[in-house]
Design a protein around this ligand. Sequence first.
Ligand code: SAH
Length: 223
Amino acid sequence: MLVSGTGFCQNKDAYESMRNRMVDDQIAGRGISDQATLQAMRKVPRHLFVPVSYLSEAYSDRPLPIGYNQTISQPCVVAYMTELSKPAKGKIALEIGTGSGYQAAVLAEIVDTVYSIEIVPELAKEAAARLKKLGYQNIITKYGDGYEGWPGHSPFDIIIVTAAADHIPQPLKDQLADGGRLVMPVGNPAAVQELILLTKKKGRITEQRLEPVRFVPLKRLKQ
Ligand code: SAH
């Protein structure tokens, strides 16, 4: 009798081949070449970061709703922002806009510690529980307004903002380490923005304008 699907023939991660295809087609295929980024994208189980109703779309080439009018970014946008931030062992990162926790998880596969702030309390709670369940001990999350950064843990080698505003918050520029890189969508939060890369060297900040992107707006708790 032939019994299939057991023992070493069992498919341990039914989503693994979808994930590898996502990386090959949507990410490596579009020019992302940083090995650490590609490896992290092959590892993080994106299907566990989307609502069950979108499970079959988890590896598709688009952003997906995660509730509360927010979205998990398109895989290639996550990969592009990760590569731009030059992640490496030994670095400390700050993310503004935890959302599902996916971008934080991708970074956490590479850097030492990721601090991540989320302004929607329910999303902050859900992401913290998800990341804990998945065993990400090097991600520290909190609920709050990321506009102010996280001064107690600064400076950061990497700052990734995953929500759009018409300017880069000054507190985030201040909390960027020397030699650090900040990536953020800047422009009209209700339309299309430009991905901006800031680098700080000897206290001097240089700005590079990159690709057009579309992100949800950066909100404020109080102004
Ligand atoms: N990085 C997320 C995608 C986030 S979408 C992921 O990988 O799933 C942008 C997120 O930024 C939303 O969850 C939104 O609630 C959050 N956000 C918006 N303004 C914020 C602010 N001022 N501080 C922290 N989070 C904010």
